[in-house]
Design a protein around this ligand. Structure first.
Ligand code: ASP
Length: 324
């Protein structure tokens, strides 16, 4: 019997603010996560592929300013935005990724085109943009990625508040005070991702990020690296990660979940828990991941205080959560 199709998504992990109990802000996050899960769920419900469902879910997460990917991406040390994304199809083990793009509106769509239209797996910077342009993808002015909240975070990260004109700083603070984010935005690792199992028994994963606030230009994390921030194999599982990218790269976190299932016969739950709760903390890796397997199991472990996350099985209401 084919298991029920299911999609899971994440929108970053991190530390919970004390002022976190702002019900309005929490409701915004839950509503955004639910809406995006429903969009993925409806693709799966009509027999669509896991690959299409994760691509669309991540595209919507990129468009939502609440999350650090696409519109709403964090700033580099140079005050710019450099975006990374990846996608992998568990049925074929085909993958596509882009990194350090600055003008492609939806990096996940560029990653998807790399998967489908190129013999290569990963394109970077100008080459990635040339490829995306040749594929007819939408380009935006880099200002499109700018949001006030991320700008304030960047200024905080640089410790530049003191050099700002008083009324500029005050108005920025006032705006920033808007609805509080349940997870401390300065300590949150932002990345978005989706994993899914479709009605045909195939799994897929996609991950997209602006990276980490105040990163050095040219720095690339785990998100666009197949095996680190994204992995999918029908024989095991599909995984998308979020957290301190350097540690996820050094641990090949996404692939490690799959390898534990394949070589050791671990269940999805065991494999994911070992990676997030035992392996990553050994090198101070912080964050979490979402994963599904071909049997329809879903797991969303994290070793931080919270992770924006949710899953939805076809025919059932989406489940969303923020805290542990
Ligand atoms: N893992 C991402 C990176 O290192 C950041 C994150 O998930 O917050 O670029």
């Amino acid at each position: 019997m084919t298991p029920t199709a299911v999609i899971a998504i994440h929108g970053g992990a991190g530390t919970i603010l004390r002022s976190a109990l702002n019900a309005e802000a929490e409701a915004q996050y839950h509503a955004a996560l639910s809406g995006i899960l429903e969009a993925g769920q409806s693709i799966l419900a009509s027999g669509g592929s896991a690959l299409d469902a994760v691509t669309e879910a991540v595209r919507l997460l990129e468009d939502c300013p609440l999350f650090n990917a696409g519109h709403g991406a964090v700033f580099t040390a140079a005050g710019t935005h450099e975006l990374d994304a990846s996608v992998m199809d568990g049925a074929t083990l085909e993958a596509g990724a882009v990194c350090c793009v600055t003008r492609v509106k939806n990096p996940v769509l560029a990653a998807r085109r790399v998967l489908e239209k190129s013999e290569h797996v990963l394109f970077t910077g100008a080459g990635a943009e040339a490829f995306a342009a040749a594929q007819g993808l939408e380009f935006v002015d880099p200002l499109y990625f700018h949001t006030e909240t991320r700008h304030r975070q960047w200024l905080n990260a640089r410790g530049m508040q003191g050099t700002m004109l008083d009324h500029d700083a005050a108005s920025m603070e006032a705006k920033a005070e808007g609805p509080n984010e349940p997870i401390d935005p300065d300590k949150k690792f932002g990345t978005v991702g989706a994993v899914a199992l479709d009605a045909h028994g195939h799994v897929a994963a996609a991950t997209s990020t602006g990276g980490i606030t105040n990163k050095q230009p040219g720095r690339v994390g785990d998100a666009p690296l197949i095996g680190a921030g994204c992995y999918a194999n029908d024989a095991t599982c599909a995984v998308s990660t979020t957290g301190t990218g350097e540690m996820f790269m050094r641990m090949l976190a996404a692939y490690d979940v799959s390898a534990r299932m394949e070589y050791r016969g671990a269940t999805l739950e065991q494999a994911a828990t070992e990676v997030v709760m035992e392996r990553l903390p050994r090198i101070e890796g912080r964050g979490g991941l979402i994963a599904v397997d071909a049997k329809g199991n879903v797991t969303l472990p994290f070793n931080t205080e919270g992770m924006y996350r949710g899953f939805a099985r076809v025919g059932e209401a989406p489940v969303t959560a923020i805290y542990g």
